[in-house]
Design a protein around this ligand. Sequence first.
Ligand code: DC
Length: 227
Amino acid sequence: MSNNEIIRIAIDGPAAAGKSTVAKLIADKLNYVYIDTGAMYRAFTLKVIEQNIELNDEERIKELLTHTKVSFKATDNGQIVYLDDVDVTKKIRTAEVSQSVSHLAQLGEVRKDLVVRQKKLAENHSVVMDGRDIGTTVLPDAEIKVFLIASVDERAERRHAENLKNGFSSHLEELKEEIRERDTRDETRKESPLVKAEDAVSIDTTSLEIEEVVEEIIKLVNNYQKK
Ligand code: DC
C-alpha cells in the first residue's frame, strides 16, 4: 500500500476525552487536514443564541442553516473557526455555548445538514476528524477509527486546566456535573448517539500522556500502511 493513499482517521469519544488535542497533534505530524466537527456544532449554536432562536425551534433552526457558513483556517497559532466569515474561535468555547450545544446536536435536521458538510470536507485528502459520530456515520469507511475514553474526574480536571489557561472562570465540581449531563445527552439521543463503532480501537487516556496517545494512533496508521 502506498504512502500517498488517502487516509481518514476518525476520532470519537465523550466530551473532554482529549480528542481535539490528540487529533490536532496527529494532523500536524502527518500533515493531514484537521476537522473539528464539534466546532461546527458550536459555531452554529452561537448563531442560534445570537439570533435569540429557541433551541428546540427546529423549523427556524433548519431555515437558519440554509444561510449559515462555517469554515476553518489552519494557522501557525492553531485553527481559526469562522462563522459566516467572522472569527468565532474563542466565542464558541464559552460556557453558554457549551451548555446549549448538545441540545442542538440532538436535532435530526441539524445533524443531517452538518454531516453532509463534514463528508464534503473529508473528500480527496487525508484527514483527522474528531467528534461523536465520525466512525459510525460521517466516515463509516474511515481507514483508522479510534474511540477515546477517560474517567469523568480526569476529563473535568483537563477542561478546568484548559479554561483557566484560556482566562475563563471555571469550577471543577460544576464541570464534572456538566460533563456527566453532556455524556448522558450525547449517549441517549435518538439521532446518531455517541457509540463506539464496532471496528474502532478503544484507548483509555485516563493515565496516559497526550504524546503516548498520539504515538498509539500513529502506530495504527503505520501498521495500516504496511498491510
Ligand atoms: O467536542 P465538543 O465538546 O466541541 O462538541 C460540542 C457538542 O457537539 C457536544 O455536545 C457533542 C456535539 N457533537 C456531536 O453531537 N457530534 C459531533 N460529531 C461533534 C460534536
